[in-house]
Design a protein around this ligand. Structure first.
Ligand SMILES: *[C@@H]1O[C@H](CO)[C@@H](O)[C@H](O)[C@H]1NC(C)=O
Ligand SMILES: *[C@@H]1O[C@H](CO)[C@@H](O)[C@H](O)[C@H]1NC(C)=O
Ligand SMILES: *[C@@H]1O[C@H](CO)[C@@H](O)[C@H](O)[C@H]1NC(C)=O
Length: 330
């Protein structure tokens, strides 16, 4: 994005947010996807892909490991704040997600899930198709709580955030346009989809595939770039064929690539290693309280664990998400 349009967008955001004055800009936020946005659904599953133990969550207000794959807040948590919500859409499988809290949305994401359902099944995570089923249950609860007509306006006015594809690289990159058609058929009209990050710059992928170079793995980055192009084309054709749909592609690739390659300019000291453990590989169960070498101050690190950005990086990314998603709220 050019700096002048960036400036204009930022200005617009400031105006919009001042107008909002505590009233959320949209009725609710519904979140689907993988570990980048999971806030605790996997805590309830028989999977090894979990983050509900320390040091995960150590920089959250109550230092609680919630299931977020981060030391603190996710980019989607900042997005909820930026939209004017005072609480985050709860994990659907957490009990508190049942009942009135659903009015502000829910989070259906499950770490290790992907566009490709077998990815999720491999890790006993919740496939996106099943996340949609959970969303349908949620719609029924909404109708029961506020009635059909109020529920319909919540459903069509809300933002649907999808972050997927990050886990698919293990098996195959794949976009499922049917997912978008199904979510549209259920009444969604404002959908934000994050792109793949620079997969080749994640600490763990450099360790695994970088042949000792400590540099971003070009092949994996190119795979991500190609996937993102396809995502963009898919989004444009869906917008043409599904009337009234706003589908914004929220680019994570460039902002995270910039954080990695120009980390010190962005106030970070370390981008090759993650904070947790040796920082070369550990994620999920391998990032735990006994991990040796975990850093003291995760704000100095772009990555919290081998695959996931730190809270400080997520804060930066969320600003870019918002700029890219402005069309959904204007
Ligand atoms: C539906 O929305 C209207 C207008 O906002 C409100 O007055 C009414 O109480 C709502 N109905 C229910 C059942 O919540
Ligand atoms: C999608 O493609 C259009 C035109 O082909 C381009 O202008 C736009 O920047 C692309 N968006 C992203 C997020 O890459
Ligand atoms: C952690 O690092 C950040 C970024 O360099 C810095 O602003 C902050 O003061 C540090 N916090 C502590 C407790 O040292």
């Amino acid at each position: 994005m050019g700096s002048s349009s960036y400036f204009f967008t930022s200005l617009l955001l400031v105006v919009v947010f001042n107008l909002a004055k505590g009233q959320p800009l949209v009725p609710a936020l519904f979140i689907f996807g993988d570990s980048v946005v999971d806030v605790g659904n996997n805590n309830h599953l028989y999977t090894i892909v979990k983050a509900n133990f320390p040091p995960y969550g150590r920089d959250l207000k109550n230092h609680n490991p919630t299931g977020r794959f981060c030391n603190g807040k996710l980019a989607s948590d900042y997005t909820a704040e930026n939209l004017g919500f005072t609480s985050y859409p709860p994990a659907y499988l957490n009990l508190k997600a049942k009942g009135n809290n659903l009015l502000n949305g829910a989070n259906f994401a499950s770490a290790a899930s992907g566009y490709y359902d077998p990815t999720a099944k491999l890790y006993h995570a919740i496939p996106l198709s099943q996340q949609l089923e959970h969303y349908k249950e949620c719609q029924n609860i909404l109708v029961g709580t506020v009635g059909q007509s109020n529920a319909s306006s919540i459903i069509s006015g809300s933002i649907y955030l999808i972050s997927a594809g990050n886990s698919d690289f293990i098996q195959n990159y794949y976009i499922n346009p049917l997912l978008y058609k199904n979510i549209y058929a259920l009444g969604a009209r404002k959908i934000g989809v994050t792109t793949l990050p620079p997969m080749g710059c994640l600490p763990a992928t450099i360790t695994l595939f970088g042949s000792d170079s400590n540099q971003c793995v070009v092949k994996l980055n190119n795979d991500a770039i190609n996937f993102n192009k396809k995502l963009n084309t898919t989004s444009q054709s869906l917008q043409k064929s599904l009337s009234g749909l706003k589908l914004a592609i929220l680019d994570i690739y460039q902002p995270l690539y910039d954080l990695v390659t120009k980390s010190s300019e962005n106030g970070f000291f370390e981008a090759r290693k993650a904070c947790c453990g040796t920082g070369l590989l550990e994620t999920s169960v391998l990032c735990n309280q006994k991990s040796i070498g975990t850093c003291a101050n995760a704000s100095e690190y772009v990555f919290w664990d081998g695959f996931h950005p730190s809270e400080a990086a997520n804060k930066v990314l969320s600003d870019d998400l918002l700029a890219a998603g402005i069309s959904l709220i204007s």
